[in-house]
Design a binder for this molecule. Structure first.
Ligand SMILES: NC(=O)C1=CN([C@@H]2O[C@H](COP(=O)(O)OP(=O)(O)OC[C@H]3O[C@@H](n4cnc5c(N)ncnc54)[C@H](OP(=O)(O)O)[C@@H]3O)[C@@H](O)[C@H]2O)C=CC1
Ligand SMILES: CC1=C(/C=C/C(C)=C\C=C\C(C)=C\C=O)C(C)(C)CCC1
Length: 423
């Protein structure tokens, strides 16, 4: 009897494995591969890929390199990136029957930590000095469902890396992309955007943190960012599109804890059902290199085809507001400040409870003010704020001017506004 049970269990396990293996090799996960195209399709083009040392970024880099591109790998860990670059060149050499480095494509490793605005700025400064052109920017790097952590600048990690770091990166490189036009920006989002919301009152998850919601919110932010950027880039010959890659077997799940004993099963299931990185990277490669999407902008793709978005990912006013807030966050952000006794008196109980210690600012007006213009008066404004403490927000007090407002109505405004508002 016992023998029969063991035999049945073994048979079931074998059958299950065979079924999974059959799925692995027959499933329709692999949409058409972009890799069969002309080997010099990207010759003369410079492509920057963030997070190119692993998963989808690595596979995208390999393929674009194969197509002849000069690929810049923007990675946070130089040694991991150099190791990946060495492997890529070797694989390319082996595949092409050539010596590594002998192919037309070129691979460059540069340090870029999207969890540090200082690192993003330093990276861009170097890139702008060294690179005469940039044809494709692929915002690929990402963090998935990590425990509550903050970036160097005090942002919740998933929002900070997946959205804000890329927001700054893209804005700093826009000039070069425009001067290299026709050029492309490709944003890697996720279908999980559906479960996110842009809750402006707690963008930094100070009040509560849910790792799934925050990942989804950051991916929704990727889509809204793409929509708003496409609008701003109309007529510039720089396109921007966003994609979801499907579920792909990469290192993205590193923060998901799986009990040791269950790991083999999860590995088997992910092996059978998930896409390989090369399969998952096809839409990135397509949007970066295919002539089919020349001039196409502001669209959402999966499996190399345009897909529909939920209304919340197409809301122009939310996209604009997110842009404005992000712009101010990256310029001003670190007005790291604990409320002084004086400023505490200006808070209601709810505000005090939120322990407001940095300014989440937003543009009150829809007037477009460049970061440079903003920076010119941001510091005097912050200075005024520090002296006078938070003031009630004089909503639209000075038409055409910009005010910084904390989420709960506490404001740091241009000095004139503060003066006019003094009690
Ligand atoms: N895999 C999937 O099923 C899906 C993935 N995506 C998206 O695809 C993108 C790529 O992820 P995937 O390849 O799967 O995951 P991987 O974890 O394999 O790759 C993520 C890359 O992002 C890099 N990265 C993480 N944090 C930072 C940072 N602070 N600065 C710079 N680079 C950083 C990682 O660097 P390091 O190796 O040093 O950690 C790594 O190179 C992500 O945006 C993800 O959200 C979307 C939907 C599904
Ligand atoms: C989620 C689980 C795993 C791994 C998932 C990976 C590698 C990526 C998933 C990414 C998704 C869904 C991103 C969406 O944007 C394991 C296979 C490690 C274990 C099971 C759970």
């Amino acid at each position: 009897m016992a023998l029969a049970t063991v035999a049945a269990a073994l048979l079931a396990a074998l059958g299950g494995t065979l079924w999974l293996a059959a799925r692995r090799f027959s499933g329709p996960r692999g949409q058409r591969m972009q890799g069969s195209r002309d080997r010099s399709a990207m010759h003369g083009k410079t492509v920057l890929i963030t997070g190119a040392n692993s998963g989808l970024g690595r596979a995208t880099a390999a393929e674009l390199l194969r197509l002849g591109a000069r690929v810049i790998m923007g990675c946070r860990d130089r040694s991991r990136a150099e190791e990946a670059a060495g492997q890529l060149l070797q694989e390319l050499g082996q595949a092409g029957g050539q010596e590594p480095n002998a192919s037309e494509g070129q691979l460059i490793v540069k340090e870029l930590d999207l969890a540090s605005l200082r690192s993003v700025r330093a990276f861009c400064q170097e890139l702008l000095q060294e690179e005469p052109r940039l044809d494709v920017l692929i915002n690929n790097a990402g963090v998935f469902q990590c425990p509550y952590m903050k970036t160097e600048d005090g942002f919740e990690m998933q929002f900070g890396v997946n959205h804000l770091g890329h927001f700054l990166l893209t804005n700093l490189l826009l000039g070069l992309l425009k001067s290299s036009a026709p050029s492309r920006i490709v944003v890697v989002s996720s279908k999980l955007y559906k479960y996110g919301d842009i809750n402006f009152e707690d963008l930094n998850s100070e009040q509560s943190y849910n790792k799934s919601f925050c990942y989804s919110r950051s991916k929704l932010a990727n889509i809204l960012f793409t929509k708003e950027l496409a609008r701003r880039l109309e007529g510039s010959n720089v396109t921007v599109n966003v994609l979801h890659p499907g579920i792909v077997r990469t290192n993205l799940g590193r923060h998901i804890h799986i009990p040791l004993l269950a790991r083999p099963l999860f590995n088997l299931v992910s092996w059978a059902f998930f896409k390989t990185p090369l399969e998952g990277a096809q839409t990135s490669i397509y949007l970066a290199s295919s002539p089919e999407v020349e001039g196409v902008s502001g669209r959402y793709f999966g499996d190399c085809k345009e897909e529909e978005l939920l209304p919340k990912a197409m809301d122009e006013s939310v996209a604009r507001k997110l842009w404005d807030i992000s712009e101010v966050m990256i310029v001003v952000i670190l007005v790291q400040k604990s409320p002084s006794p004086k400023s505490q008196s200006a808070y209601g109980p709810q505000e005090r409870a939120s322990k407001w210690n940095w300014v989440v600012a937003h543009l009150l007006m829809d007037n477009s003010v460049t970061p440079l213009e903003f920076a010119l008066w941001a510091w005097p404004c912050v200075f005024g704020f520090t002296i006078l403490g938070p003031r009630p927000c004089p909503q639209r007090a000075l038409p055409g001017q910009l005010c910084l407002c904390a989420p709960l109505g506490v404001s740091a405004c241009p000095p004139e506004t503060l003066k006019g508002n003094k009690a």
